[in-house]
Design a protein around this ligand. Sequence first.
Ligand SMILES: Cc1cc2nc3c(=O)[nH]c(=O)nc-3n(C[C@H](O)[C@H](O)[C@H](O)COP(=O)(O)OP(=O)(O)OC[C@H]3O[C@@H](n4cnc5c(N)ncnc54)[C@H](O)[C@@H]3O)c2cc1C
Length: 417
Amino acid sequence: MRYSGLRILKEGLTGNRGWTEQWRDATPRPEYDIIVIGGGGHGLATAYYLARNHGLSNVAVLEKGYLGGGNVGRNTTIVRANYFLPGNSEFYSYSLKLWEGLERELNYNVMLSQRGQIVLFHSDAQRDAAIRRGNAMRNQGDDCELLSRADLRRMVPFLDYEQARFPIRGALLQRRAGTARHDAVAWGYARAASARGVDLIQNCAVTGIDIAGGRVRGVQTTRGAIRAGKVAIVVAGRSSEVAAMAGMRLPIESHVLQAFVTEGLKPCVNHVISFGMGHFYISQSDKGGLVFGGDLDLYASYAQRGNLPAVEHVMEAGMTLMPMIGKARVLRSWGGIMDMSPDGSPIIDRTDTQGLYLNCGWCYGGFKAVPGSGWAMAHLLATDTPHPSAARFRLDRFATGRGLMDEEGTGMQHNLH
Ligand SMILES: Cc1cc2nc3c(=O)[nH]c(=O)nc-3n(C[C@H](O)[C@H](O)[C@H](O)COP(=O)(O)OP(=O)(O)OC[C@H]3O[C@@H](n4cnc5c(N)ncnc54)[C@H](O)[C@@H]3O)c2cc1C
């Protein structure tokens, strides 16, 4: 079924009886060409682009819970392409371009809102770094503007510009950055993949990976064994756990990241704003809630809930930046499990086991990567060669030390072992 304004009108006039299920709830078949483990944003996008770009639809996505129940439905929805380092820069640039055509591509309203991201700077040194980053973004072909303090004050008058410790000096603005509706991204990819013949199998946890003669043969699941020629591990915060089923020890640590939302307010925060002197960022959802977050809880954990010291830190930073936030009541908070890599950059690569592939290390920035990652992962699975946009996301960089892309990695230190 195609979605359109006309369809809404027709259904509205006929009692909304014509809507069909968004995707088939498939039961596992004994064998597939490709199994994607993980029904998050990256897994679903991978499956969709396998079918769409490579004509491969004998594919199953195995999800241990429900589609979109992981980080893809828990993040703060920020989409941007302002990475500095070669490797990341071209990848996120590519991903943002895919975002810009995603609604038409999936025939699904993912509510992409390019409202602009403002990253504040508070010192001369930070301004220099911002200019350097801005130049890198422009060289990459992405948009970016340097805002003076006066420009900024006109755009966002409610910030505390005279903070005693961190007076705001200006900002870097990327107008094409913004937010998207996270659940809709998962649902949109799921629906489009299912329509192209991919089996989406929920409540199906992978419990083992079958390997014989150095080749992957399939997986063991809570719904029985399934054979496959190729298996992709795309499970974000659970990457170490699932890779261990294939005897691998990954350079990944799992950490909790929390987010917060207030009661609904009239529109007041029109951009995504990131504090430059503390880990705090904020935007306003279409329902009116202020959505904000900060740093990791900073110890390894698989709990999908956070702890009070991080809550206090985020609230303090928010009050420092925009004291008016103190009047809003926080309605909800939650946590997700981040797959932290040592250099803060991801992995999209083959493994030493033939037919076994890995996609992880997205840290706290993997939502914006969903289209680009799915595209590149599908390319790797279908052709056995890395997609040019993701060619540097190699697993062996942590073993050899060559090709590390240190975008402020806050996982474990790669040079300790
Ligand atoms: C609070 C918070 C804020 C964030 N904010 C942003 C942001 O603003 N911008 C941004 O770009 N990124 C952000 N992120 C990061 C982003 O959400 C993640 O990097 C990204 O969603 C991870 O990829 P995914 O969607 O595939 O993961 P997930 O949705 O977690 O998908 C992995 C799936 O694998 C499944 N799985 C695990 N083990 C198994 C198994 N054994 N068998 C079968 N299935 C299994 C899980 O159930 C899960 O559904 C944020 C994350 C959090 C938690």
